[in-house]
Design a protein around this ligand. Structure first.
Ligand code: GDP
Length: 197
């Protein structure tokens, strides 16, 4: 897919205020600092389309971007920021649940995972919840350039094994790097194919 246009459309705290039309929508979500903004900027080849937040966990907004005037890319807030209170964690859960349950035009969510880390309970639990709720998702391993190929393969293989403890099959996954554009064509072509079906 060639990116002809990528524009910020709106930020909402309420899913009811999100765009009303039925363009296909793809959501990006992951722990704070996983590399979500960098990945979005890399995919769209824009420097500052998705802004990295100076106060992670504070900006709980649904950010809509319109791509090639034909589909939405949605930047959801990062989860799992250690310094937020229990009550704001609850609010966040409600907010995310609302988004995924109400946003029926969402084709697929991409759950971002830092390829350097061991499987983290918060991500595993989040994906379990998505599975139980019937929300389609794929995985994106980020920051691939930070590991040598062998270590990267080892980590991805370990992640697959961990997922297979609870899942019958490993969800579709992608390996990306915002630094060297790894995975860009693959991911965009995949979205293109989904949009065409
Ligand atoms: P977000 O909080 O998930 O939006 O994460 P950011 O995109 O702000 O990235 C968090 C940190 O990781 C920043 O310092 C980025 O420069 C760095 N980072 C993100 N993606 C990559 C990547 O693919 N490779 C490398 N080497 N660093 C990355």
């Amino acid at each position: 897919m060639h990116i002809k246009s990528a524009e910020f459309l709106m930020s909402n705290s309420d899913v009811a205020k999100c765009p009303k039309n039925r363009l296909p929508e793809y959501a990006f979500i992951g722990r704070s600092n996983v590399g979500k903004s960098s990945l979005i900027n890399m995919l769209m080849q824009r420097k500052n389309l998705a802004k990295t937040s100076g106060r992670p966990g504070k900006t709980q907004l649904i950010n809509h971007f319109i791509i090639n005037k034909s589909w939405y890319l949605v930047d959801l807030p990062g989860y799992g920021y250690a310094r937020v209170s229990k009550s704001s964690k609850k609010t966040f859960q409600k907010f995310i649940t609302n988004y995924f349950e109400k946003r029926t035009q969402m084709v697929l969510a991409f759950v971002l995972i830092d390829c350097r880390l061991e499987p983290q309970p918060i991500d595993l639990e989040f994906m379990e919840w998505m599975g139980e709720s019937g929300i389609p998702f794929n995985i994106i391993f980020t920051k691939a350039d930070k590991l040598k190929p062998n270590a990267l393969n080892r980590n991805v293989e370990a992640y697959i094994q961990k997922m297979l403890e609870t899942w019958e099959a490993m969800p579709q996954y992608f390996i990306t790097s915002a630094s060297n554009f790894t995975g860009r064509d693959e991911l965009l072509n995949y979205i293109d194919e989904l949009n065409a079906t």
